[in-house]
Design a protein. Structure first.
Length: 105
């Protein structure tokens, strides 16, 4: 787990939350017009990653049932900050070891 005030951990969490916010706006619109897979960006903490993945609206909702979970491309994991809780051939779901709200406070 990261140390209190760890700048790297804060940067990773901020990046993940920014990508999630973008994806939330996109999926809220796309889910109303189609029941097909929606292309979203990887929600990993790498600020240079813009990898795309496809996810169904119901998969999106299930993956984000918790505030501390993010959808990422396979292997886009920071093992010292998060753990993989689910994986399939299109994406993995990671869960933060420390809640984002605590990291950013």
């Amino acid at each position: 787990m990261g140390t209190e005030g760890d700048p790297r951990e804060k940067r990773v969490v901020k990046n993940e939350l920014a990508f999630r916010a973008y994806n939330e706006r996109r999926t809220s619109f796309e889910a109303t017009v189609a029941e097909e897979a929606i292309p979203v960006v990887c929600e990993c903490g790498d600020e240079n990653c813009f990898a795309a993945l496809d996810i169904l609206p119901e998969e999106w909702e299930a993956a984000h049932a918790r505030d501390d979970q993010f959808v990422v491309v396979a292997d886009h994991v920071y093992p010292d900050l998060e753990r993989v809780v689910d994986r399939n051939d299109r994406y993995w779901i990671v869960q933060k070891l420390e809640p984002p709200s605590e990291v950013l406070s």
